[in-house]
Every structure is written in structure tokens, then in C-alpha cells.
Design a protein around this ligand. Structure first.
Ligand code: PRP
Ligand code: URA
Ligand code: MG
Length: 212
């Protein structure tokens, strides 16, 4: 598994605003949208391309174009949905699937309550978006779900990651080179409730204003 923490002043600036408990949901949603686009640029470095012929107003030439089959974006509902627009702006022709997953706040295990994805993912590059990598249970289940269906590679784009979550994911996935984690920051730790410290709170609640 490869892990990439993005160091960039704009990423840091937007993340600080996201962390601020006083940032209201509409602004929080806008910031998530802007931040994921910055991360998507890095996260798609290995997206498959192929050479095609193209004719410019001046002369015929050859150019690189996104290969087929198109990559698949997989937002993890609820909070991952806040990252979908930002990601699809960079990959407008990507297919979009969905996984609905909710963490049981007592056991911290993840439960999948919805999925809308092709059963056969062979040869497909998958880009999972979920703002938080806390214990890692959600992403471990999501990555396994995609790999079990034949995904060619899985790149997870997160806003915050906890060391515990990265460790658990590393343990579950091992040294497969076809799983990559891209995050805007690596935070200190998880607290006793499984929340990232300092974190930004519950990403889904911050995005959608629901305090469950
Ligand atoms: O790494 P983990 O310990 O699994 O925690 C991370 C997950 O927790 C939050 O989702 P939540 O289950 O709160 O659902 P929501 O996205 O609908 O808020 C967050 O959106 C991640 O999906
Ligand atoms: O800090 C955390 C941990 C899990 N899920 C969140 O949304 N935030
Ligand atoms: Mg979630």
C-alpha cells in the first residue's frame, strides 16, 4: 500500500478552515469541494491513458487520452458525497458508483447499507472518496469490496487520516501496490470514541448539518 500526504499551502489553508468548529455547513461543503480537487490532481497521477490521433488547426499529431474502460469514482455515503463533485470535475467521463456505509459508534465496525456498483470491476481503476480515515474499518471494507470484484487498482482520497487507521489499512491490505491512500493531512491520533484528534468532527454532520 502506498500512502501520500499532500503538502501544499492551499491544502493546509483550506483544511484549517474546515477544522474550525465555527465554519458553517455551506462553507464546509464549498471547502471540501475545493480541497478534493487539489487532492484529485495528485491522486490521479497513475490514471490510465492511451495514445490517439488528433488533428490540430495546424497539423495532425498524436496525443494521450484517458484509456478505456473509464475509471470509476466511488463516494462512500454520506460524507464521501461531499467530495464527489470536486473529483468528477477532474474526471468528468468517469463512471460513478456508490457505497453507503455507516460506522457503528459503539463497536466502531462499519456496516454497508447500500451499494450501486458493477459486479464485475475487472480492469477498472477505482477512486474511493471519503473525508475521514479514522480506525480504517470503513475503507478496509470498501477496498476489499472493490478488490474482490476484480478492481485493477484502488486509490482512496481522504481529507484526514489517523495513524491507527493507516496502520489497520496497511495490515489489511499488505504490501499490494494496487492500493494507494492520498490524504490532505495525517493527524495525531484517535480519541476513545474513535474520532480523529484534532480532526474536524463528524464529517457527515459537518457537511449536512445533521447531528445524529
Ligand atoms: O475509519 P472509520 O473508523 O471507519 O471512520 C471513518 C468513517 O466515519 C465517518 O462516516 P460515518 O460512519 O459517521 O457515516 P457518515 O459518513 O454518514 O457520517 C466518515 O465519513 C468515514 O466514512
Ligand atoms: O473524526 C472522525 C472519525 C470518524 N468519522 C468522522 O466523520 N470523523
Ligand atoms: Mg462516512
Amino acid at each position: 500500500m502506498r500512502t501520500q500526504i499532500i503538502e501544499h499551502p492551499l491544502v493546509a489553508h483550506k483544511l484549517t478552515l474546515l477544522r474550525d468548529r465555527n465554519t458553517p455547513s455551506p462553507v464546509f461543503r464549498q471547502l471540501v469541494d475545493e480541497l478534493v480537487t487539489l487532492l484529485a490532481y495528485e491522486a490521479t497521477r497513475d490514471v490510465a491513458v492511451r495514445e490517439i490521433d488528433v488533428v490540430t488547426p495546424v497539423a495532425p499529431t498524436k496525443g494521450l487520452s484517458l484509456a478505456y474502460p473509464r475509471p470509476i469514482l466511488v463516494p462512500i455515503l454520506r460524507a464521501g458525497l461531499g467530495m464527489l463533485e470536486g473529483m468528477s470535475k477532474l474526471l468528468p467521463t468517469a463512471e460513478i458508483g456508490f457505497l453507503g456505509m455507516k460506522r457503528d459508534e459503539t463497536t466502531l465496525e462499519a456496516h454497508t447499507y447500500a451499494n450501486r456498483l458493477p459486479d464485475d470491476l475487472s480492469g477498472r481503476q477505482c477512486y474511493v472518496v471519503d473525508p475521514m480515515l479514522a480506525t480504517g474499518h470503513t475503507l478496509i471494507d470498501a477496498v476489499n469490496y472493490l478488490l474482490e470484484r476484480g478492481a485493477r487498482d484502488v486509490t482512496c482520497v481522504c481529507l484526514l487520516a489517523a495513524p491507527e487507521g493507516l496502520r489497520n489499512l496497511e495490515e489489511a491490505v499488505g504490501d499490494r501496490a494496487d492500493v494507494t491512500i492520498v490524504s490532505a493531512a495525517l493527524d495525531e491520533r484517535l480519541n476513545e470514541n474513535g474520532y480523529i484528534v484534532p480532526g474536524l468532527g463528524d464529517a457527515g454532520d459537518r457537511l449536512y448539518g445533521i447531528v445524529d
